[in-house]
Design a binder for this molecule. Sequence first.
Ligand code: PLP
Length: 396
Amino acid sequence: NDFVADLVKRVKPSATIAVSMKAAELKRAGKDVIGLGAGEPDFDTPDHIKQAAIEAINAGQTKYTAVDGTPELKQAIMGKLLRENHVSYQANEILVSCGAKHSIFNLLNAVINPGDEVIIPTPYWVSYPDMTLLAGGESVIVETTAEADFKLTAAQLAAAITPKTRLVMLNSPSNPTGKAYTRQELSELADVIKNNPHVLVATDDIYEHIYWGSEPLANMVALCPEIRDRVIIINGVSKAYAMTGWRIGYAAAHADIITAMRKIQSQSTSNPCSISQAAATAAYNGPQDCLVEMKQAFKERHDYLVAALNDLPGIHCQSGDGAFYAFPDVREVVAGIEGVNDDIELSTWLLEEAGVAVVPGTPFGAPGYVRLSFATSIDVLQDAIARIKKALSVHF
Ligand code: PLP
């Protein structure tokens, strides 16, 4: 008997999680594998944050909280938005969820009617199209170019909008390219949104603190307050504070959208973990120097890895403005190895021949590329590069 719903059959499992699991499996089987697939910081959660969680447990904060988050955490998020992003939100405009992924899931289900279109520029975070599908929407994939630094242009956005467009998904700095929109670029996109009053825009800012671009990272609401009611800010503590396992993310948006998202959350997960919320409150209210230290480390690794990749035969890698991924063009490598026909097969080849796990570009909507995470030490990255170089030397 086949009891699985048709809709679920159309959804792909997360490709990035699949690679991490495959690498972990090989490691368990005793194979020497370097995993560059994971999308999480290798740092430990800072001590003062862990301490806040321990204190929360000891103080008995082990019960249900308000569905949309504790007043303390919502206050801390409002403070963060004002302090860092110069945007002002009220408590009824914030919903705390079990990770930014959950926030996006709630959002899509709260605003998408069957057949509504969601504009997703490539290369995209693997989950956007499948979450759109689960919410009953249609992904409208817009291909960006390497020449445009993999960024959606205002002209491309304007051309992609139809009467059925409901939402545009933006992610800056981007997973997987590390590219971030400049103020100018974001303003131009905001202008297009302004001229299309039926369109919402979600800005996935989860990598906001892992950013080393030349100008301060722009926020769409701060840049264009006229469209505030149609922007949904998505963010969380996972990447900034090395808190992926705690599962705390949030959305900030117009109260009507937040109320709809809260309704979905109230009938699915209820509140996010009470202890994690105490930890996230400490993350936002506590000392912020850990952010600078981690950013510095990521920047050094980025500089090393991008240069080292470009030294390898057939690999071309642009610099990123942030996040912790390198996203090189590997088409020449694919063409040069017999039996390897695309980025997916190259990823399997790298795992088997070099013992290095990377994620193919295809599930990000970017065939011909692979993603390497540099959320690991320079030593490990050097080892990975040496292994790839050795494996490639047979063919180049
Ligand atoms: N958005 C992007 C672009 C991501 O890369 C990730 C995690 O990989 C998330 C959202 C989800 O983050 P969280 O751990 O808060 O669910």
